[in-house]
Structures are given as C-alpha cells and as structure tokens.
Design a protein around this ligand. Structure first.
Ligand code: ST9
Length: 106
C-alpha cells in the first residue's frame, strides 16, 4: 500500500511537470473544461478540500476555478492525483487521435 501511494505521487508529479512545461500556445488548444478539470484536481491533490472563500463578481474566472475545486468535496489527495494522471492520458490520447497525419507532406 505504501509503495502504491509513492507510485501515485511520482506519476502525478511527472504529469504536473509535463503540463507546467508545455508551451502556452501550440497545436493543441485545451478547452476551458479541460483546463478546469486539471486545475481542480491539482488543487485537491496539493491543497486538499477547498476551504477558501468564493471570489466575488469581479473575478468570474476565479469563481469558475473555485466552483470546480469545491465540487470535489472531500475527495482524497490520492484519488485526485490518480484522476489527474488519468485525465492526462485521456487528453493525450485525444491529441493523438486528432493529430493531422499528413502534416509532414504539407
Ligand atoms: C501543445 C503541444 O500544443 C502539443 C500537445 C501535447 C498534448 C499533451 C497532452 C497532455 C495534456 C495537456 C493538457 C493541457 C491543459 C492544462 C491546464 C492546466 C490548468 N495543473 O503558478 P501559476 C495552478 S501545448 C493544474 O500562476 P504558471 C496553480 O495552482 C499547447 N493546475 O502559473 C494556480 O492556481 P491558483 C497548450 C496547475 O506556473 C494556476 O494554475 N498549452 C498546475 O505560469 C496558475 O499558476 C497549455 O495548455 C498544473 N500542473 O502556469 C499549457 N500548476 O492561483 C498548459 C499550477 O488558484 N500549462 N497550477 O493556486 C499552463 O497553462 C501553465 O503551465 C499552468 C501553470 C497554468 C499549468
């Protein structure tokens, strides 16, 4: 059980590093829902359940982020880490599936 938890953390940290090192803009443009999904799982994994107060009307983006994080409730850090890694696999597969295959000959 201990070793499993260490693996979770290593895989999560690797996924976090990849996302932090992606160029700001590139061939793939993640939709807001995808960014929010990564964001809330990251916060839950690193900070635990959301206990800060909800941002006000002047910060709509902050409210979307807060709402997504809050919705995760009491989800454990381990589950959040695993879900973050799964999300990344899902998105990576989507990118592979939709990649234009004739780009090199264009
Ligand atoms: C491209 C290449 O086109 C080809 C495609 C490859 C596809 C590979 C598939 C992998 C999945 C990709 C998914 C991308 C979506 C990512 C959305 C993440 C939000 N995870 O320190 P701050 C929080 S690439 C989640 O100010 P930084 C942090 O807690 C083209 N959240 O900013 C803070 O919130 P709060 C597309 C994280 O360090 C807030 O983010 N490129 C993470 O300047 C801001 O943090 C992209 O999509 C994390 N790992 O930027 C670029 N780390 O204030 C994706 C921090 O509330 N990367 N946070 O505490 C980025 O946008 C940035 O590196 C960043 C951090 C936002 C994650």
């Amino acid at each position: 059980v201990m070793a499993e938890s260490v693996d979770h953390q290593k895989r999560f940290q690797a996924a976090v590093d990849v996302i932090q090192n992606l160029p700001k803009s590139g061939a793939y443009r993640p939709p807001y829902e995808v960014m929010l999904r990564f964001y809330c799982l990251y916060k839950q994994a690193v900070c635990g359940p959301c206990t800060v107060s909800r941002p006000g009307f002047w910060d709509p983006v902050g409210r979307y982020k807060w709402d997504a994080w809050s919705r995760l409730g009491e989800m454990s850090s381990e589950i959040a880490m695993a879900a973050y890694v799964d999300e990344m696999k899902k998105v990576a597969q989507e990118v592979i599936d939709t990649m234009p295959i004739n780009e090199k000959t264009a």
